[in-house]
Design a protein around this ligand. Sequence first.
Ligand SMILES: O=C(O)C1=C[C@@H](OP(=O)(O)O)[C@@H](O)[C@H](O)C1
Ligand SMILES: C=C(OP(=O)(O)O)C(=O)O
Length: 413
Amino acid sequence: MRYQISINKNKIEGQIKLPASKSISNRVLIINALSYSPYPVQNLSNSDDTKVLLEALFSNQNKFDIGHAGTAMRFLTAFISKIVGEWEITGSERMKQRPIKILVDALNELGAKIEYLEKEGFPPLKIFGSHLKGKTIELDGSVSSQYISALLMLAPTIENGLAINLKGNITSRSYIELTLKLMGKFGVRHEWKENTIYVPEQKYFPMDFTVEADWSGASYWYQMLALAQKGDVFLENLKLDSLQGDANIATWFEQFGVFSEQKKEGVLLKKMKSVQPERLTIDFIENPDVAQTFACLCVAKKVPFHFSGLKTLKIKETDRIAALQNELAKFGASLTEPKHGELEWDGQIDLQLKEETPIVKTYHDHRMAMAFAPMALSGLQMEIDDPMVVTKSYPAFWEDLKNVGFEVVEIQS
Ligand SMILES: O=C(O)C1=C[C@@H](OP(=O)(O)O)[C@@H](O)[C@H](O)C1
Ligand SMILES: C=C(OP(=O)(O)O)C(=O)O
């Protein structure tokens, strides 16, 4: 199935109930489980990634399939490694290609017994729940911060706590900070000195918690206003002063004339002026999930760019570097990868490459669908293949688009 996307106006207005952050939801679910909390999480995300974790935590099975959810895979592996019993965790075909060795090695060093059921270093895993004993471990911080977050959340509940000495160029640090801030809200102290994070053994204090709206999901609304000639959109429950690293984008979008104002119930985005940078240079090391948003925005606006900090994009839902190159080529843009983890575009549209109505492949990646669809505001025609991928993080995405005037027409392929 495909969706044909179009919009015949260049003003967008509306009030959007964004999904809750799946990153926060999945952390609070784990923290609640570790602290036997009696409080249900308020405004929990309704994304697939949160649903699979919730189901696993409340299931009476010992085998879990967490689908495409990276956080669920990594957080659950750490969580159940110290719960007595025999467990199996698997995921989608893509999940079986997403590395987990760094986390498994670290847990095994602490006393866990985790084995690979298929390929060494990758899910599915067999886990024999064991008593874990803390010490100082060394961990490569350049592959995925999710391994570090998974260990940190477990750390206060391990005998002697845990010290993680991070090696390499730390990626997605903002997500490590998110984990530590949330742990702090539940009463857990830590020390982060140079490259070592130390969490002593201590108790979480259960409490009532409400999840904020998702900033990565908000990025598509910023993108839409950047592409529209005028308009304003109110994003409910969003906070400029947020726990999430992606809140950075509020400032980045000012170069595209989109300004943000904190109101009591959310953030009001306004297209204030028709401006755009001559060339855009961004390092996405802290914000990997919004790289696709900016790549599509720049191509639609014909803004040349140089993006760095993208190394980890190759091991996400799909190889996002290759996916962007393949699909943006259909709009006439040839993106190059000057160095590992970089993307560059000279701002030229090659009419030989450009297709009349490109069919955008989504490669099981929600962000491919959500980053490309707003390009319709620049008058670009397209069809989005397998559009329901959006349920990974933002189930109501298409409904929300229709509510601000997009035409979303189903086509059977
Ligand atoms: O901890 C988290 O909630 C996340 C961390 C990031 O992953 P990496 O640390 O693998 O870059 C991010 O891309 C992902 O969507 C969510
Ligand atoms: C990379 C993502 O998710 P995860 O790694 O948790 O599957 C994402 O949502 O963009």
